[in-house]
Design a protein around this ligand. Structure first.
Ligand code: ZN
Length: 184
């Protein structure tokens, strides 16, 4: 990541909105934002496969659900935060993954410029590719600051997205079962 370029860009934005970039409160803002971007966009250079490598054999679980994985992401249309919870259900094909690894997978895709719909699909695809379950369902619910802060939508309104792969895509009864577990 080119921190100097980010700092120069932030200075231009501040000047563009008519600010005095030399006043005390703003003097270190460009550098602070550049440092923050390194953290909140760190997922751009990360591979979700790293977190889904270590699997364990497990027998007998029809559906595994990990609910309420809190995430913070940034919408690529406005560069404003959207944040909420991701819920993941999968049907193991003999292998399961540590629950914290699912949260890490969500983080990899959240920490980059994103579109919620795309992030939901990317999480599902990464789990299908690396864990190879019989099916996966990912549901994301989020509040978008670019909507709620500008008054387009009421504060607290949430956007829901769903991605289903494998057996969850083919079998609506299984999909309903997983959704029931998630919303229970
Ligand atoms: Zn937006």
């Amino acid at each position: 990541m080119d921190k100097e370029k980010i700092e120069a860009g932030v200075r231009m934005i501040l000047e563009g909105i008519g600010e005095d970039i030399n006043r005390e409160g703003l003097r270190e803002t460009p550098e602070r934002i550049a440092r923050m971007y390194e953290e909140i966009f760190a997922g751009s250079s990360e591979d979700a496969g790293v977190h889904l490598q270590k699997t364990f054999s497990a027998l007998g679980s029809d559906i595994v659900v990990e609910k309420d994985i809190v995430f913070y992401s940034t919408c690529e249309h406005h560069m404003m935060p959207f944040y909420g919870k991701a819920h993941i259900a999968y049907i193991p094909d003999g292998r399961v993954v540590g629950l914290s690894k699912l949260a890490r997978t969500v983080e990899v895709f959240a920490r980059r410029l994103q579109i919620q719909e795309q992030m939901t699909g990317q999480i599902a695809d990464a789990i299908m590719q690396h864990l190879k379950p019989k099916g996966v369902l990912v549901m994301v619910e989020a509040e978008h600051m670019c909507m709620t802060m500008r008054g387009v939508k009421k504060p607290g309104s949430r956007t829901l997205t769903l991605a289903s792969r494998g057996m969850f895509e083919e079998d609506c009864r299984l999909r309903e079962q997983a959704l029931g577990m998630i919303t229970a």
